[in-house]
Write a protein that binds this ligand. Structure first.
Ligand SMILES: [Zn+2]
Length: 635
């Protein structure tokens, strides 16, 4: 049977058994979440669903908004038991769609109850499906704990959620609290779309800080941390995040939320990541991010990126990503706008807000421009990295310069900078991409809503700012194969990508916080430097570089360099010694138990990317970093 038709058939059947809210009173679905065992990484759920006799299909969210992939953690949904009128109701998982449970509702039944657990992983990577609870804090993304009846758009399903927390844990969420006692928090009913868009941050060590208090609607920076010490964010940082709120308002000229909550978890236990929502963001960073300058620098544009998504991604969204439920596949082809433009805006907003210096911005941009110049570009367009995002997020990091990764983020930064500089040049400084942002994402203010767009809409809006062959501009950069990354924004902005022996400051911070040695632009490899068995492991090797030509490959573990046991210092010394000489750098490495010798013919010395000012051109790049609001603005 054709799977598409079969699914449609099941949807029709399922629609018969679930009573949509419009057709029945009290059709609200009740979901009780119990996180009292969050430190053991078990979330309990109890669901009450109005039904009538007949076939019913329950779905677990598969395509998670903002994750752009069918990565709902179905393997961690366990203990599913269904009852009605006190009797067990059997279920059967669909043979083809693992996220689908078929049920036959007996006659005389008007309510179905479901109990089940979500088991949060104890380690590893992943987005909302990664580790999300530890001894001191948890983040509840509701898609982890929701089942819903198929056959109706998630906008039309009403959920009343309630929540139990470990004793003494505080919380923040963009949901409205309807009732709260010592035992349980009850939230006002919302659509299932809104529920899944409204995570809860909870923990023992907790702070909630009002940002830019004079700005309406209100914004809060909510922080849960593994330690009390980690909550000590400075007044300067709070002032910078307040400026972020103002700068975003000045850039877009309109807001599409009733209030906004940054939900920041400070823990080394979670995989560092951010997930955007309409009225909040789930921002996961290292425990000491607010009290250690390297950690702070490593994630100083995360919150501005996720905040930008409230406009670009949530309010305005590519039509292929504006799906009616979490079952229908998303089309990721325009992620170079959804994520790529957000990357560009998030990076310059961080600089405009003072969350990072202009020098840091340029070092980060130089790193990105240098990284993207690798051989994987010879077979795959940037668009293909977006189309394939649903598996590229989870792809191996090995040989990533040949595979290509989710490059639409960083290359999007280069492309939209290029577009911004072009608008500034074409309009003789009268217009910029800021004008596009105001036109496409701005006024009038509204509550959360989705306005879908196509590439044609984006091109029309750009043409309204500055008439140009925008389709040709994007064809050349996004859709065609390009052996080198687009550096027009840097070069026409008055700067040049250069290399010298001085370490790139952004790379130095990443080496420190990620325990790596990044020699991508000299010998052509990245080495893990964490203590223990992984010390010396090659995280990646770049094809076409001296390391690759010598036969080294990702996964091998360096044992010695020029006869000395591997340390980062020994490798740096060997690079210095080989500079201008003829003798190779001699490396022994363990490859799955086989120890071999590799002669690396590299004589160019240390090599790191930077941007250097080209004074023959006006400095338009720095113009993109000018704040729109006074730097001295009150908190
Ligand atoms: Zn993003």
């Amino acid at each position: 049977m054709n799977r598409g038709r079969r699914t449609l058939f099941l949807l029709l059947l399922a629609a018969l058994a679930f009573i949509p809210p419009a057709k029945a009173q009290n059709a609200t679905i009740r979901l009780s979440a119990d996180l009292r065992e969050a430190p053991r990484r078990i979330f309990h759920a109890h669901l009450e669903l109005p039904v009538k006799a007949g076939p019913l299909t329950l779905l677990y969210p598969k395509w998670i908004p903002g994750e752009h992939a069918p990565d709902g953690p179905i393997a961690d949904l366990v203990g599913l038991k269904l009852t009605a009128n006190g009797k067990t109701i059997p279920w059967r998982r669909d043979d083809v769609d693992m996220f689908m449970f078929h049920v036959d509702i007996p006659s005389g039944t008007n309510a179905l109850e479901a109990t089940y657990d979500y088991l949060s992983p104890a380690g590893g990577e992943g987005f909302s499906a990664g580790p999300t609870a530890d001894q001191m804090l948890a983040v509840l993304e509701w898609n982890l704990l929701v089942l819903y009846p198929s056959g109706a758009p998630t906008d039309s399903l009403t959920y009343q959620a309630s929540l139990r927390l470990p004793q003494g844990w505080k919380f923040a969420t963009s949901l409205t609290v309807e009732k709260q006692d010592t035992d349980e928090i009850s939230f006002a009913p919302v659509s299932l779309t809104t529920l899944v868009d409204s995570p809860v941050l909870t923990g023992q060590n907790f702070r909630s800080i009002a940002l830019a208090p004079d700005v309406k609607p209100p914004h809060h920076l909510n922080i849960a941390a593994d330690s009390v010490a980690a909550l000590a964010i400075s007044d300067e940082q709070i002032a910078a995040y307040s400026r972020l709120v103002r700068e975003a308002g000045a850039l877009f000229g309109g807001r599409h939320y009733d209030h906004y909550d940054f939900l920041v978890s400070l823990t080394n236990y979670f995989y560092p990541n951010g997930l955007e929502h309409h009225q909040s963001s789930d921002d996961r960073v290292a425990e000491r991010t607010f009290i250690n300058s390297d950690q702070e620098e490593a994630s100083n544009s995360l919150l501005s990126h996720e905040f930008t998504h409230s406009w670009n991604g949530k309010y305005r969204r590519p039509a292929g990503l504006a799906t009616p439920d979490f079952e229908q596949p998303m089309k990721d082809d325009l992620l170079w706008i959804y994520e790529g433009l957000t990357q560009y805006i998030g990076e310059f907003l961080a600089a405009r807000s003072g969350l990072r210096t202009e020098e840091d911005y340029r070092e980060a941009l130089a790193r990105v421009a240098a990284y993207l110049d690798y051989p994987g570009r010879s077979w795959r367009s940037l668009e293909d990295t977006a189309v394939a995002a649903q598996f590229l997020y989870d792809a191996s990091h090995n040989w990533s310069a040949w595979r290509r990764s989710v490059d639409f983020y960083d290359e999007g930064w280069l492309i939209w900078l290029d577009a911004d500089i072009l608008i500034r040049q074409q309009s003789h400084g009268q217009k910029s991409l800021d004008d596009f942002c105001r036109r496409f994402y701005g006024s009038p203010d509204s509550s959360p809503k989705v306005v879908a767009y196509s590439l044609d809409d984006v091109i029309a809006a750009l043409n309204a700012i500055v008439p140009y062959d925008w389709r040709g501009f994007f064809n050349a950069r996004v859709y065609e194969i390009n052996p080198h990354p687009p550096l027009g924004g840097i070069e026409h902005g008055g700067w040049q990508l250069t290399y010298n022996e001085e370490e790139n400051s952004v790379m130095r911070v990443r080496e420190t916080v990620e325990d790596t040695l990044d020699l991508s632009f000299s010998v052509g490899m990245q080495v893990q430097t964490a203590s223990g068995e992984e010390n010396g492991r090659l995280a990646d090797v770049i094809p076409g570089t001296p390391a690759a030509d010598a036969g080294l490959a990702p996964g091998m573990r360096l044992i010695s360099v020029n006869g000395r046991g591997f340390t980062p210092g020994a490798l740096h010394e060997a690079i210095a010694e080989a500079k201008g000489a003829n003798k190779p750098i001699v490396i022994t490495a363990d490859n799955g138990g086989f120890v071999l010798t590799y002669n690396v013919q590299y004589h160019g010395g240390e090599r790191y990317p930077h941007l250097a000012r080209n004074t023959s051109q006006p400095d338009l790049l720095s113009d993109t970093l000018r704040p729109l609001t006074p730097r001295g603005a009150a908190k």
